[in-house]
Design a protein around this ligand. Structure first.
Ligand code: HEM
Length: 156
């Protein structure tokens, strides 16, 4: 429900190690659960568990509601991507459309010009496009202000 209300797409591959009880999660709910982590709406328990079978307390439910409505209240959950984890988010099959530029990872999932992960018929998401946006694009960096930064990119 929360996932749908914020139009979230999960970048789940990046966060396997963040939820230690991830293996026990309901397959049908997995993507939604990863999304709420990715968007900082849920941060999990201190021992890195999600506890799928435990009911949320009133306080937890209120926190999730506030974070859904107000992005500024979301927990700071910056993801770190490398070449492999970024490559997964190429916008195909409903996956998020992520692109790295100058060490930051941007989410283009809601931008029409990047629908399905392809831009101008040739440029593909899921990779570092710093050189391309600076040297080949007619617009340069200003278009990045239309997208949210969702993590940092490290070359290995
Ligand atoms: C040869 C390379 C490229 C061409 C010809 C191109 C062309 C365009 C055009 C014509 C637009 C729409 C006009 C505008 O919003 O200013 C656009 C938008 C955009 N481009 Fe590019 N682009 C190129 C490369 C890139 C690269 C490498 C990136 C990312 C790293 C990028 C990111 C964007 C973004 C985020 C938008 C805004 C999309 C939206 O608001 O729906 N572009 N591009």
């Amino acid at each position: 429900m929360i996932t749908r209300s914020i139009g979230a797409s999960p970048y789940s591959m990046a966060r396997k190690t963040d939820i230690v009880d991830a293996d026990g999660l309901d397959q049908s709910l997995k993507m939604a659960i990863y999304s709420v982590y990715d968007y900082g709406i849920v941060s999990g328990y201190a021992d890195k568990t999600f506890k799928q079978d435990q009911q949320a307390t009133r306080a937890e439910a209120a926190t999730m509601t506030v974070r859904t409505i107000d992005p500024e209240k979301r927990s700071d959950n910056p993801r770190t991507f490398n070449k492999d984890s970024l490559a997964y988010f190429d916008g195909t099959a409903g996956k998020a459309v992520l692109v790295a530029v100058s060490g930051q990872v941007y989410d283009f999932s809601n931008l029409d010009k990047w629908s399905g992960g392809t831009h101008m018929n040739t440029i593909k998401a899921g990779q570092d496009l710093t050189k391309e946006i600076m040297e080949d694009s007619p617009h340069g960096l200003y278009v990045l202000s239309r997208a949210e930064i969702v993590g940092t990119y490290v070359e290995e």
